[in-house]
Design a protein around this ligand. Structure first.
Ligand code: C2E
Ligand code: CA
Ligand code: CA
Length: 772
């Protein structure tokens, strides 16, 4: 029974398209001046009866589909009613005009023609409402830009129709004459608006409906223009436009009624790019209309629509700026303070330190690294609460001991750092004494009196180092010296640099490692949160050291940089990663690879050419490569950054901003540079679950990224909870130990097979919580 209905539906659908095709063909042949005479029986058969069939066939398709869906789908019912209204109008017209009868204007036929539009609009509203729940203001502004821009252009095109429509007619006739063009304007505006709804994936079916509506409206417009200019002749393919439009709409109804599930919100790159294109085109169109109005007469309607489009575009830009500012503030506050002590954290200290060292007004500075003695004992024996109270008390004492111009921060755990302003050896030693004394005073915690000591390592700017990382390393070395010698504090001396010789040796080893291929890559998947699929991986370098075993980047990258070997490493990594991508492609796995590029390699203006050469050598398309860069590169020479990134980007390579949220640069680069993706640093992702402030920050970063048309990836996803939370917040991709650690290529393929086999919805982590 069921399959019987299915067969009838299929036959009807095909029949409808064959009729429509035949109609276009017959009209085409006639317009070309071939075929039998149009005046006789053939013309009346073709234009009247065949024409009528071609509009009733879609109506039949619609109603059969609607009844199969048990008349429960309002969008389907409305579209079916619209198609029927048109067919009924055509029938009335034909019946009245048979035998040369004059059809009055307006007539009952016009009621049918006019009814089509409100019914179609209602069908559109119902369809879109289902998709558009929970969209933000800027999405609606996009929608307004798109629709007003399209309407403005159409208003210019249809000016002759609109002008001639109402001339010398009764009010009722004016309504019948102006109704269709005005409705067409609204319909097209509506479709353009929906097309610019960024982040809303309407699906292939929707394209069917939209093109049906557009063809229908376009036919109206062409017909109207021809009538207005007196060039309309019966029996050209224009006559078939309505039928083709209706057939497309009926096909949409047929497909839509078959699926129970409405396609949900999705954030596919393609739809986002398309949406951005629509609103930019609409803005330009609006501008074009305004400019044109100085040359030719443009109707007030078109002018107001164009102005409206530009105002909406302006509001949209304003909103983006406000969002950028809000984000910048939010992340500065959240990212800069240590929650427990209220002191600046490591990140804030690095930023402050960098800028102080660059300040020519501060020629002398001392960096003090502090680490509490026996703090672990307190924590272990009295519990974390006592440990926290102790840290808070110590922080307060350190702050009270220092001058207002000194910078104090908690680096983490029981480690603090101080940058003493305008301090030489003498001032630093005084400060160290005062700090030790202050910390040594007993602290009462939960009724118990505790006393802890502190070890302080001291290094000087500029004698011991001119940049913060050198000073940190040296004061850290000195701090260990102080701790092991139990002398309270110690000033760095070159003799402490026991590592120095080892460092030299390692640099030698690094050189030969580059020559003898000791570097290998591990790959970590990035999982698409909406589909659970994996399309890309990040390559992370490892050093297979002949004596020390497998080394991670933390153990050697700073040395690579210091030895000036970073660029060779980058090229080695790029070569290996692309070779692997080529291999995967040969195996039928079209994966994209992301490679980390240090700021130093990126500043090399030859990089784009070298990358292009490598891509060509390995036979890998540019869009299979993604480069992860850090904000560090973007704070420097902005023009150079733009030039290099633009070159890479226009060649098809995707650009991603790594460790997003840890830098202090102004976020305006996001708007100014060609960036495809941002990777939210794991220091925001790891503490996400349960921390309201961090979660808010993550969610506004997601919003920001999408607002700017970028993809957002969360790093450091370690738990199912974080995975589902990110997926719920609309984050695009996730990367982290929860799914997979970085692994060698062969292991990645095994993991991938396993992951792809997880098609049981209950096993898919994101579905588990979606239903929960
Ligand atoms: P990154 O680019 O931020 O890479 C992510 C790091 O986070 C990797 O550390 C990865 O193993 C780790 N990770 C992944 N998932 C999780 C998770 O769920 N939780 C936590 N806590 N960590 C996770 P790895 O491999 O040690 O790399 C460290 C850094 O070294 C990278 O940070 C990147 O900045 C740099 N690096 C790695 N490979 C290269 C390279 O080929 N060239 C350059 N210039 N830098 C590289
Ligand atoms: Ca990275
Ligand atoms: Ca990162």
């Amino acid at each position: 029974m069921r399959s019987g209905v299915g067969a009838v539906r299929a036959i009807l659908l095909w029949g409808m398209w064959i009729l429509a095709g035949g109609y276009v063909l017959v009209l085409g042949i006639h317009a070309a001046g071939a075929g039998p005479s149009w005046e006789g029986w053939f013309g009346s058969f073709a234009d009247d009866w065949l024409g009528l069939l071609t509009v009733w066939a879609p109506a039949a398709v619609c109603w059969l589909a609607a009844s199969s869906a048990r008349l429960r789908r309002p969008d389907v019912l409305l579209a079916a009613a619209a198609v029927t209204a048109y067919a009924a109008g055509d029938t009335v017209y034909l019946v009245t005009s048979i035998g040369g009868g004059v059809v009055p204007f307006p007539s009952l036929a016009d009621v049918g023609y006019l009814l089509v539009y409100p019914l179609l609009l209602a069908a559109l509203v119902v369809t879109v409402r289902r998709h558009a729940r929970g969209l933000t203001l800027w999405v609606w502004l996009d929608c307004a830009v798109g629709s007003l821009g399209a309407a403005a252009v159409l208003a210019v095109v249809m000016q002759p129709v609109l002008e001639s429509a109402g001339e010398g007619l009764s009010p009722l006739a004016t309504l019948a004459a102006t109704g269709p063009p005005v409705f067409d304007l609204v319909l097209v505006a509506f479709i353009a608006g929906i097309a610019s709804l960024r982040g809303v994936e309407m699906g292939v079916r929707w394209t069917m409906l939209a093109s049906g509506l557009l063809i229908f409206a376009a036919t109206d417009v062409v017909y109207g223009l021809q009538v207005a200019s007196g060039t309309y002749v019966l029996g050209t393919p224009v006559d078939a436009g309505w039928a083709v439009g209706l057939a497309l709409m009926a096909t949409w109804v047929e497909l839509a009624s078959r699926s129970k599930r409405a396609p949900g919100l999705a954030t596919h790159d393609a739809s986002r790019t398309a949406a951005m294109a629509v609103s930019s085109v609409a803005t330009v169109a609006g501008l074009g209309v305004l400019v044109a109005s100085s040359q030719v007469a443009v109707s007030p309607l078109a002018l107001s629509l164009a102005a409206g489009a530009l105002i909406a575009a302006g509001a949209r830009a304003q909103l983006t700026n406000r969002l950028l500012e809000r984000m910048a503030e939010q992340r500065l506050v959240a990212a800069a303070t240590d929650e427990l002590t209220g002191l600046p954290n490591r990140r804030a200290f690095y930023a402050e330190g960098h800028s102080r060292l660059l300040d020519p007004g501060k020629p002398r500075q001392a960096l003090l690294m502090l680490d509490l003695d026996r703090f672990k004992e307190v924590n272990d024996s009295l519990g974390h609460r006592a440990g926290d109270l102790l840290l808070a008390e110590v922080s307060a004492r350190l702050r009270d001991t220092l001058h207002g111009d000194d910078a104090l921060a908690r680096l983490g755990g029981d480690e603090f750092a101080i940058l003493l302003d305008n301090a030489g050896r003498e001032e630093a030693l005084h400060a160290a004494e005062r700090l030790s004394t202050a910390v040594a005073e007993p602290v009462t915690v939960d009724g118990a009196s505790l006393s802890v000591g502190v070890s302080i390592g001291i290094a000087f700017f500029p004698d011991d180092g001119t940049d913060l990382s050198q000073l940190l390393r040296k004061s850290d070395l000195a701090m260990y010296k102080a701790k092991t010698s139990q002398r309270g504090y110690h000033v760095f001396s070159p003799a402490d640099d026991a590592d120095a010789t080892a460092t030299l040796q390692t640099i030698q080893e690094l050189r030969s490692a580059l020559e003898t291929d000791q570097f290998e890559l591990h790959y970590q998947p990035k999982v698409d949160l909406d589909s659970g699929q994996v399309h890309s991986v990040e390559a992370l370098v490892r050093w297979q050291h002949p004596a020390r075993g497998l080394l991670y980047p933390g153990a050697f990258l700073s040395l690579v940089e210091a030895a000036g070997l970073m660029h060779s490493l980058t090229l080695t990594v790029l070569g290996q990663a692309l070779e692997q991508v080529a291999e995967w492609r040969r195996q039928g796995q079209p994966l994209t690879v992301a490679v980390n590029i240090s700021a130093s390699s990126l500043s090399d203006s030859d990089l784009p050419n070298q990358v292009a050469t490598l891509l060509a050598a390995k036979g890998v398309p540019a869009d299979a490569l993604q480069l992860e860069i850090t904000e560090e590169f973007l704070v420097g020479d902005r023009d150079l950054a733009r030039a290099i990134l633009t070159k890479l980007h226009t060649s098809g390579i995707k650009i991603s901003v790594d460790d997003f949220g840890t830098g202090y640069s102004s976020l305006s680069y996001l708007r100014d540079l060609p960036i495809d993706e941002i990777k939210l640093d794991n220091s925001f992702v790891i503490p996400m679950t349960g921390d309201v402030r961090t979660t808010a920050l993550v969610s506004s970063t997601i919003e920001l990224a999408h607002n700017l048309g970028m993809r957002i990836v969360a790093e450091g996803v370690e738990t199912a909870g974080t995975y589902t939370e990110l997926s719920r917040m609309g984050c695009d991709q996730a990367q982290g130990y929860y799914m997979s650690r970085p692994v060698p290529a062969a292991e990645l393929l095994r993991w991938l097979t396993h992951w792809q086999a997880l098609d049981d919805p209950a096993e898919m982590p994101q579905r588990i919580s979606v239903t929960a």
